[in-house]
Write a protein that binds this ligand. Sequence first.
Ligand code: SF4
Length: 98
Amino acid sequence: MKTLHWQEEASCRSLDPDLFFPVAEETVYTDQIAAIRRICAACPAARRCLEWAVATGEPDGIWAGTTPSERRRLRAARRTSRPATGPSRPATRTAGAA
Ligand code: SF4
């Protein structure tokens, strides 16, 4: 499997992947998810991990501390907050802004 660039600095890189893929509904594994969220909270790749999981519609596992249902809600919220027409534009900086 190809490693994405941000995965090279991921806190979970050397951990058992099964930890991040609970096999049952997330409510059953609240302790496991809480442990994962502590790991993800300290991960330098968390922002890129979340963006990747949301952008690709990753249907399984805990990514950046989010469950599949949380990511579905985030995707839905992003879809409804976008303008109805026109492509999205990247954020730009104003010269001299901090
Ligand atoms: S945020 Fe969590 S799931 Fe994502 S790369 Fe970091 S440790 Fe792994």
